[in-house]
Design a binder for this molecule. Sequence first.
Ligand code: KPL
Length: 308
Amino acid sequence: MKILIVGAGAMGCLFAGYLLRQGHDVSILEINEERAATIRSGGLTIDDGTTSSVTACPHVYTSAAEAGSADCILIMVKAYDTGSAVQSVRPLVTGKTVVMTLQNGVGNVETIQQAVPHGRVLAGTTAQGATLLGPGHVRHAGAGETILGATSESGKKHVETLAAMLRDAGIATSVSDNITSLIWGKLLVNCGINPICALMDIKNGQLLESPHLVDVMVKVVREVESVAQACGVELPFADGRGKVGDVCRATSGNICSMLQDVRAGRKTEIAQMNGAVARFGAEREVPTPVNQTLADLVLAVGHMRRPG
Ligand code: KPL
């Protein structure tokens, strides 16, 4: 299967590295010239914290036109870049291409569906913990489950094939029938972990060490649960607080993606996480003061680090 991974961030590089190691034909589309050039010359390195690391050299393109068509296009850019990423790869989508998102946040599926026929859009979530140490260099800081699903009836036939491909590559993957539930479940986890760890500058596991932070996390989670209910979304687990705790433990050594962004002076995905929860809450008259405040604080940190 010919796979094109769009975005060479931590997750893009992690998935590319594992699929390449399994012998798949993997290319990366990365618009940052410097990052692309470094990966082209040095390959991908995945550090799993022990002695082993995987180094592989994918084809790396900086424009979709160079990349050519693919059987699977995996969108791994930040959620605020989904629109531009999908527009750029749209000409590469043929009758047999599926476009899959494993991104954080809400709204990615809807954005992709504006450009690609619904039957060809697959979605999923991944609880893998990965930190980008440099261009193409990832620390794999926790192996969480990846779950895939179709966004329409006709997409279902593709899901099993892709799940099997990821499993064969060493990425624990299962399939869900309810992709909306799955995405909201991941949203809850991200809302509960990411802004707190980003603002406090701590690893995921450290959140559980402070009763004060756990208290804030529980308030965030309760609000997300209320908003999900008001939106008619059934979450994939009954105990949101327990789920966030489990993910903190499973990825305890990981620096969450939002903290990585803050440290690197990059824009964060806060608007697609706690900001989105606050927006949905406002539309349905569900109060979300803690999510709104965290969203404001993360935006403020971003503005102070990146004036203008
Ligand atoms: O998805 C993540 C992220 O960092 O964005 C978690 C699950 C919190 C792992 O760090």
